[in-house]
Write a protein that binds this ligand. Structure first.
Ligand code: ZN
Length: 282
């Protein structure tokens, strides 16, 4: 299955990953330059193709919503081209701390990329912010907000991006739509806290880290609430496993049924549970 290039608003385009894989966003400025939000080296051709199809003359900024490989592994590619990479200090800190081994692990299945991109390696962002900052291009004001509650929610870097002129909110992996989330790098109670202010946030269009985009605030609020309920439910069941009152099979079955039965990326359920059981829980 191929990714879909979706026009979200007049100047925003999203590369919607197939089967719930990562979304990348392009915000095109009046002068044809662009801010690119997230990029995965394994899908760099899709990103380049999207930049070409949308008529972007150049990328001025790459913004990382958080540290995970599928959002930051193309940092190297853009840094080599002299493009400024912006991210939260939390993102950079997590990459510095744990990014190296994670990068190696994720590259194992795709060694050919080392031939295509000699010296490919973990590349940290070069412009950092603590709580919030703005990135501007002609006709474009992007408000970047750090939202990793107590330094750790879905990840340690969680940042949302709000494009003021066209009222588009890019939520990163704090929000998954229609797919099971990856929870095993996260702190679920903090993630729940981080989601609450997003229930009342303002936008016309909403782009999640994974899954289809959302039209309008009302639908968006329902998706944020659904994300919240999913995590709260899952966390409750993990505690039941820990207390010996439920089996992992029961919990896996529950997370794949009812309200969640139509969700994609079903393999994540067992992986999320396994990581919890083996203590690979951050
Ligand atoms: Zn992530």
């Amino acid at each position: 299955m191929d990714s879909e290039l979706k026009q979200v608003s007049s100047s925003v385009y999203a590369v919607i990953g197939p089967e719930g894989s990562t979304n990348f966003s392009i915000v095109k400025a009046r002068d044809g330059s662009a801010a690119l939000i997230d990029a995965d080296i394994r899908r760099i051709d899709e990103v380049d193709e999207a930049l070409k199809l949308t008529g972007c003359s150049k990328v001025s900024y790459l913004i990382d919503t958080h540290e995970h490989f599928d959002h930051t592994s193309a940092n190297f590619y853009f840094a080599q081209r002299g493009i400024t990479i912006v991210a939260s200090a939390g993102t950079a800190g997590a990459m510095r701390e744990l990014g190296g081994p994670d990068f190696e692990r994720m590259m194992k299945p795709v060694p050919e990329l080392y031939e295509r991109f000699p010296c490919l390696c973990l590349t940290l962002p070069d412009v950092l912010f603590s709580d919030s900052t703005q990135v501007t291009l002609p006709g474009v004001t992007l408000h970047l907000t750090y939202r990793a509650e107590d330094g750790h929610s879905h990840s340690k870097g969680d940042t949302t991006i709000y494009f003021e002129e066209e009222e588009v909110l890019i939520a990163g992996d704090l929000l998954y739509t229609e797919v099971h989330p990856v929870t095993f790098f996260g702190n679920i109670p903090n993630w729940l806290t981080a989601l609450k202010p997003l229930f009342d946030s303002h936008y016309k269009k909403l782009v999640p880290g994974h899954g289809p985009t959302v039209e309008g605030e009302q639908a968006g609020r329902a998706y944020f609430k659904r994300m919240y309920d999913y995590l709260e439910d899952f966390y409750g069941h993990l505690q039941e496993i820990e207390a010996g009152r439920e089996s992992t099979d029961q919990v896996a079955k529950h997370m794949l049924s009812g309200a969640y039965s139509a969700f994609g990326k079903t393999r994540m359920v067992q992986r999320n549970i396994n990581h919890f059981l083996t203590g690979r829980w951050f």
